[in-house]
Design a protein around this ligand. Sequence first.
Ligand code: ADP
Ligand code: MG
Length: 431
Amino acid sequence: MKLDATDLRYISSDAFRVLSAAEQGSKNHEIVPSSLIAQLAGSRAGGVNKALGELAKKKLVAKVQNAKYEGYRLTYGGYDFLACRTFAKRDTIYSVGNQIGTGKESDIYVVADDEGQQMVMKIHRLGRMSFRAIKSKRDYLRKGQSASWMYMSRLAAIKEYAFMKVLHDHGFPVPQPIDQSRHCLIMELIDAFPLRQISAVPSPGALYSLLMDMIVRLARSGLIHGDFNEFNLLIRDHRTEAEKDRDDETPDERDARVAREGGDHPVKVELEGDEYDERRRREKEGTLLEPVLIDFPQMVSTDHPDAEYYFNRDVECIRIFFARRFKYESSVYPKFTAVVRDGVREFDLDVEVAASGFKKEDRRALEEYMAELAAHDAANPQEVASDEEYSDESAASGDEDEDEDEVEQVDEQDDPAAPTSAPRPRPAAGV
Ligand code: ADP
Ligand code: MG
């Protein structure tokens, strides 16, 4: 879904009050009755209707008619708007720029403050695809009626922010967290490519060790990333352009160069002063390529019942990637039992996250939801490929002449009884 920043500053104060009322009402109603919106906004019905019209036109809310009452649903666009407005009010952001990523469950934008300092805004969109199939499982619906996409997306953002903050405070290489509101968070922009886009490295062994050390250090702090892979590792590249070209050479290109130059001479690195010293330090440390870890909503504690599985999967992801991409294989890799057996922890980050205000029950709700989502996705691969489910705003956006009074008809009936426990996305034994 596209985030339309042009509307950010142009909305009447009445409309804003009504939008806030719709948000408030969404905590207990997926479809908020118009009368409740009016009551929460504390305005006359006439004024509220006009404001709702304005909001519907901007697709910040959508009108819904069901069997019992007329109401409005806050759209993702409306929720985005409210979060952006909060960030703008706090002077965290001033403008919204390009979208740089679309994950299955998130959108990533470059944003900037009023001095042009760039940052990243991550918008969580849980349930974008599988929500309708899953929402019948009312564990996730606090009172059975709330808009659970909002609730879960917000939990994901709160969780990600809490983990990023604790990790950053303890010197882990992660983006600096800057702000959080609703389903969005703002963080430092890392000027780097994902590992996935790096075709060759000078010393795969050095990078491999850095990554395995990171997994171990996390586990010794009580945490497992849970999605430690080539997409979630951004690599700050301190090589010179000439060095990158050299590392990317094919064997034929290498032979041609050696013949041309009469030998395999090292790349000349022309740096002076501090830059030269910094460079020497990196060479010594083996950090010419410097990994930064991102994407934390699925992090789990080493006390989680499936901790060993998640730990091994993280390790395995890196091993497989290095073998395929860099033809680097090592018999040395961390084992969960060895890492956590002695029970020695450098710190208990898990406990610190709990102390940061991310509640245990919220955490459990999110973990269960994500596990079910993964199980659902695994069982419905065709759905994962399409981005249509629940993205009503984007589906409608191509339709310029759409009647602003268009009404969704929904079936008031509850979902038929659904099983309360889905299989965990656990692997077969031996992974
Ligand atoms: P998802 O949960 O959708 O995988 P990620 O947090 O992994 O979301 O972000 C998706 C992509 O957006 C990343 O692979 C990366 O390319 C880019 N990205 C995310 N955060 C940052 C950041 N702080 N700086 C630079 N790029 C980022
Ligand atoms: Mg990711």
